[in-house]
Design a protein around this ligand. Structure first.
Ligand SMILES: [Zn+2]
Length: 234
């Protein structure tokens, strides 16, 4: 299995690693800073720099049964198992994803309805809510987000046992997917005074770091389903 450095430190941009396995179009490393697709957040892109100075372009990162696969650009020559390299993420893109992902937690709190799905992107993201008969007020949602961002509340994570999560099902909310529970532990993400939920994604350090977000369209997706779009500023 791959050691997932991004779970403990979302701000690590690079790490030394060794190739431990090959996939059809990519490599598995013993450790990585590349976030793998999951929880509505896309996998990282970046590059792997080999000892001779040459580099391979990583176009996506995915979880496989035996570790994390760094998918390489078409035509790449796979390095041999055992090769040492430096893994470097596209930090500009990742930081935007972290800002957007963190804003999804605020949105989750701003709209007090069950989440039925979601997707994080670099420029825009969305959450779907089962809104029942309630009407979502775009201006009110925008005002709440702006206030919480201005308050610059700390965002932190910690781990609990999988059994504890079973006993507290309310902690599973965002994106309607279960968080990774490998090794019997579950990661919780807390936005101070606002939100606490199981989440394996990458987040900024405080709400102020999210910066400018705008509430985009609120779309009807089915009788009770409402899709709220957020657009990230620069
Ligand atoms: Zn999260």
């Amino acid at each position: 299995m791959t050691e997932e450095l991004f779970r403990e430190d979302a701000f690590a941009r690079q790490c030394d690693a060794s190739v431990v396995g090959l996939a059809e179009d990519g490599v598995r490393l013993d450790r990585t800073v590349f976030y793998c697709t999951g929880g509505g957040q896309p996998g990282d892109r970046g590059r792997l720099v080999l000892k001779d100075g040459s580099s391979l372009v990583v176009i996506d990162t995915l979880k496989a049964a035996d570790g994390i696969v760094h998918r390489l650009a078409e035509g790449s020559v796979l390095p041999p198992v055992g090769a040492h390299l430096q893994a470097e993420i596209d930090w500009q893109r990742r930081h935007r994803l972290m800002r957007m992902h963190s804003s999804m937690h605020l949105l989750c709190r701003a709209v007090d309805c069950p989440v039925t799905g979601g997707q994080v992107g670099e420029a825009r993201s969305r959450l779907d809510f089962d809104a029942g008969d309630s009407k979502l007020d775009k201006e009110a949602i925008a005002a709440r987000l702006a206030q919480w961002i201005a308050e610059d509340r700390p965002i932190r994570h910690f781990w609990i046992d999988a059994e504890e999560l079973e006993a507290r099902p309310e902690l599973v909310r965002t994106m309607a997917v279960r968080p990774p529970t490998g090794s019997g532990r579950v990661r919780l993400v807390e936005i101070e005074g606002l939100d606490l939920q199981a989440c394996g994604g990458t987040h900024v350090r405080s709400t102020g770091e999210i910066g400018k977000v705008e509430v985009g369209k609120i779309e009807n997706k089915g009788r009770q389903n409402r899709r709220v779009n957020l657009v990230l500023g620069d």
